[in-house]
Ligand binder design. Structure first.
Ligand code: PXL
Length: 282
């Protein structure tokens, strides 16, 4: 701890433009009073969704020297939150980071790699098995349905889903190792979308849904996960954390939909930060 302030190490890329990964995690988690030390895994001119010609500077080579320096300072973090990782080597380094500077940390893994039934084009077909290994070290994982089935080596199924199917997925994901599983992109009816959560220690399963907005908005997984990580690190129960994160994400999408913005540039989550803090009792 830095005084009585918690620190959550965020390990993601910096997509300079397009509001995802670190440019989302930093403002959202910081706003809730948590310090967010950051380890950028790559610098891209934009994210990879919907843009062509983006630059990609891989920072793998810097990660171990950065870790070595932190070890020399005897740093330990209360939380570690990882998202988009560019390679198997980065996955292995992140496992090492968790072991060395996250000895008492709550480890949050969002296995960012796929959506809508498909692995993102930049990843090799066996990448989900690397992410599965990282998820086995996590306390909390936050996959979407596509990422979940890829890690479980199951067929992708289109919704609407049944409760039985979702609860089966949650339990099979918990068997990978995490104590808590948050699954996004869940819907039981066409016009309500949300998340499911499973606490493997208590057996409690919870859901939260909001009205679905047409269109595919980039970075919303990161907006959701950042809000959920912030809520959990601020001591809120899992069911409340997913309620707050679904509501915050959906309102950000509504704002962006109403503004008729170019959806590649991410959602307006900034305007929702005051309500987010109120919902968290901050
Ligand atoms: O929002 C997830 C994400 C993060 N980082 C990069 C991405 C994406 C999704 O496409 O391309 C670089």
């Amino acid at each position: 701890m830095n005084g009585n302030q918690k620190r959550v190490l965020a390990i993601h890329d910096i997509s300079c433009v397009g509001k995802c990964s670190l440019t989302v995690a930093l403002p959202i988690i910081s706003a809730t009073g948590i310090e967010v030390p950051s380890l950028p895994t790559a610098v891209l001119s934009t994210h990879t969704g919907g843009f062509t010609g983006f630059t990609y500077r891989d920072l793998t080579e810097d990660m171990i020297p950065i870790l070595d320096h932190w070890n020399s300072l005897d740093l330990q973090f209360e939380g570690i939150y990882t998202g988009f990782l560019g390679s198997f080597e980065q996955i292995d380094i992140v496992c090492r980071i968790c072991d060395e500077v996250g000895k008492n940390a709550t480890i949050f893994v969002d296995p960012v790699m796929a959506d809508n039934g498909k692995l993102y084009g930049i990843f090799p077909d066996n990448f989900p098995q690397g992410m599965k290994k990282l998820c086995s070290k996590a306390d909390v994982i936050l996959p979407n349905v596509t990422e979940a089935v890829l890690m479980l080596e199951e067929e992708y199924v289109e919704g609407p889903y049944t409760k039985d199917y979702v609860e089966g997925l949650l339990k099979r994901l918990a068997a990978i190792g995490p104590r808590k599983v948050v699954l996004t992109g869940i819907y039981f009816e066409e016009n309500r979308l949300g998340a499911a959560a499973y606490d493997a220690e208590t057996g409690e399963i919870s859901y939260f849904f909001a009205d679905k907005i047409p269109g595919y908005y980039h970075g919303t997984g990161d907006v959701f996960s950042s809000a959920a990580v912030a809520a959990l690190m601020n001591g809120l129960p899992l069911s409340k954390a997913i309620e707050i994160a679904v509501d915050f994400t959906q309102r950000s999408i509504v704002r962006t939909y109403e503004a008729k913005s170019d959806i590649r540039y991410g959602v307006n989550f900034e305007a929702g930060i005051p309500k987010l803090l109120k919902d968290m009792g901050l």
